[in-house]
Design a protein around this ligand. Structure first.
Ligand code: GLY
Length: 285
């Protein structure tokens, strides 16, 4: 069972399923699917073709987790790296650290042979932005993340995500996607959950960790996703105007999805078929 955010997530889940069928591992499947979304920069919000920050260049976030042993790798604020998900995977395999950011993350990716583009011209963009009137602040709307969750035939779980984050974000801003329990959480005993939307409204609430904990307490993935939207809306000054969406899968392979205030299309792929489904926004309580 594979579930992914947005219609373009189906590209990732279909490729991931094919990778599994060809004998690839859970991580091979997740990485392969997400690399294709990064390559295509789907919706202009993933990969180097994604949304630029306020200074006019992409800073990318990604994360990958394998359930058994909670093996994890996360990178944030990556500049000029073509496949952040592969940098995150290399960090997972390296095993020593869970997360790298900025320049150190780029060095690590280069050391591990991840494809890159030159970033020499970025320093001019950075300087020009610093010299500008920045009083208008960042835009935070209109960005999407690819998040893929996998429940393999043997019941083990894995997940990954990749994004350019919010368009016009302040340079150095890290979203929810590379934060464990923010944009992605995988617990091999219970289930996995992922997020898309405005990361600040996800990470402040450790939303995907909450979804998994609700599944541990007996909720279905659907109930857990919806309940966490209500939980956040109850506490947040924006109420339901959160622009967040969640997906989840449990150990049994049941899936769920919920959105705060918009229709949310997502992809579900199994050995017997692959479809884009959608949920309506939750009904406010
Ligand atoms: N959900 C992606 C981000 O806010 O960066």
């Amino acid at each position: 069972m594979l579930i992914a955010t947005w219609p373009f997530g189906k590209i990732a889940t279909d490729l991931a399923l094919a990778k599994l069928a060809a004998g690839g591992s859970r991580l091979d499947a997740i990485e392969t699917g997400i690399r294709e979304i990064e390559r295509q920069s789907c919706d202009g919000s993933v990969g180097l073709g994604g949304k630029p920050n306020a200074a006019g260049y992409a800073q990318l976030d990604a994360c990958i987790v394998d359930g058994p042993g909670r093996r994890s790798g996360s990178v944030a604020g990556l500049e000029g790296i073509v496949h952040p998900i592969s940098a995150a995977r290399a960090l997972l395999e390296h095993g020593k650290h869970a997360m790298l950011v900025g320049e150190g993350a780029r060095w690590f990716a280069l050391d591990h042979g991840i494809a890159s583009v030159p970033i020499d011209e970025l320093s001019a963009k950075k300087q020009a932005w610093r010299a500008r009137d920045r009083s208008q602040g960042p835009q935070t709307s209109g960005h999407d993340t690819v998040t893929v969750l996998l429940r393999a035939a043997d019941g083990h779980l894995a997940g990954g995500c990749s994004t350019s984050g919010a368009g016009g974000k302040l340079p150095g801003r890290v979203g929810d996607s590379p934060i464990f329990g923010g944009g992605l959480f995988v617990d091999d005993e219970v289930g996995a959950a992922g997020a898309t939307g405005i990361g600040e409204n996800v990470m402040r609430y450790a939303a995907t960790c909450l979804i998994v904990e609700r599944m541990r307490s007996g909720m279905t993935p659907q109930q857990a996703c919806e309940d966490v939207v209500h939980h956040i809306a109850r506490q947040d000054p924006r109420g339901y105007q959160l622009d967040v969406c969640f997906i989840a899968v449990d150990k049994q392979g049941r899936v769920g999805a919920a959105a705060s205030n918009s229709v949310f299309p997502f992809a579900v792929t199994t050995a017997t078929g692959s479809r884009v489904l959608e949920v309506q926004p939750v009904t406010p309580r």
